[in-house]
Design a protein around this ligand. Structure first.
Ligand code: ADP
Length: 299
């Protein structure tokens, strides 16, 4: 029996991709796609050629997070063309193939596997430095297939995103063990939504009683401008989740994998994701962008 022709085709296609990074999480909603999107923006802003592949087939949020909603994929004789945010940042997602963004994708394993295989085989990334793969949460069929298919080539490793809660960390342990079992190096774990950091000027002040929030905010801001203007450049910070058990950092230590750092919950990052923008391009995500940057610099 000769080599699997699909694996040969994937290896050929991936030969023009220098680095492949998987972004994984144990649970949904922890910020995996947000991280994948911002990682891709950051690498592109560092002048790398970047591809972002969204295989979160049941909940593709990458088109929105990159500001590419409603775009269609085109085919050329070289394969499926990614949609470009910038000339050095191309994106491919199942989201581009759904006629209506509200459509649910209810596919069984074999069809999903088929699509992932096709994504890996047929997308014309060209010569790129990084391929960031936003995987679905958990250790499901999609993971097993992507890892199997990527075995035809060489993956740099996986970044695992979690929140500080124990319920998320339990699933991260499973994810780390999955990587160990299938031989994918764990590049490290990111603890997202780690405390709330918010620019003081973005805070809303609420006065008890019938007065509106805006009234109280305006009053408080005027008061602060007058009495303590230095406070306006301060970032307010609070713990949201109980991290008394040590969070992701302790778990990484126990499991012998790198801890990459903490990203706070930042309303401006959420806004950037909603608007499909990079959080690095302007000064607005002052609470989270430096944290994300220091994590990316470690890779
Ligand atoms: P996942 O891919 O793990 O399902 P998402 O990346 O879709 O999670 O994130 C879920 C929601 O949380 C999104 O609305 C996103 O903008 C928001 N979010 C993620 N990380 C942060 C953060 N650090 N601060 C504020 N909002 C965040």
């Amino acid at each position: 029996k000769g080599p699997d022709p699909d694996l040969v085709a994937i290896a050929e296609r991936m030969a023009t991709v220098k680095h492949k990074i998987l972004v994984l999480s144990g649970k949904g909603g922890v910020g995996k796609s947000t991280f994948s999107a911002q990682l891709s923006f950051a690498l592109a802003e560092m002048d790398h050629q970047v591809g972002l592949l969204d295989i979160d087939i049941c909940g593709p949020s990458i088109p929105k997070m990159l500001g590419l909603e409603g775009q269609d994929i085109h085919q050329s004789n070289l394969g499926w063309s990614p949609i470009y945010v910038e000339s050095n940042l191309g994106v491919m997602s199942i989201g581009f193939m759904l006629p209506n963004p509200d459509d649910a994708v209810i596919w069984r394993g074999p069809r999903k596997n088929g699509l992932i295989k096709q994504f890996l085989k047929d997308v014309d990334w060209g010569e790129i430095d990084y391929l960031v793969v936003d995987a679905p949460p958990g250790t499901s069929d999609e993971h097993i297939s992507i890892v199997q298919y990527l075995q035809a080539t060489e993956v740099d490793g996986a970044i695992i995103v979690t929140t500080p809660q124990q319920v998320s960390l339990i699933d991260v342990r499973k994810e780390i063990n999955f990587c160990k079992k299938v031989g994918v190096p764990v590049l490290g774990v990111v603890e997202n939504m780690s405390g709330l950091r918010q620019a003081f000027t973005d805070l809303k002040f609420v006065k008890p009683g019938p007065a509106g929030e805006t009234d109280a905010t305006e009053w408080a801001m005027n008061y602060i401008k007058e009495k303590a203007p230095e406070l306006l450049s301060v970032v307010a910070c609070s713990e949201v989740f109980d991290s008394s058990k040590g969070g992701a950092e302790k778990m990484c230590h126990e499991m012998g994998v790198p801890f990459l750092g903490k990203v706070p919950m930042d309303p401006q990052l959420c806004k950037a994701a909603e608007e499909g923008r990079s959080c690095f391009a302007d000064q607005r995500c002052s609470a989270s962008a430096p944290a994300l940057k220091s994590i990316i610099d470690k890779l």
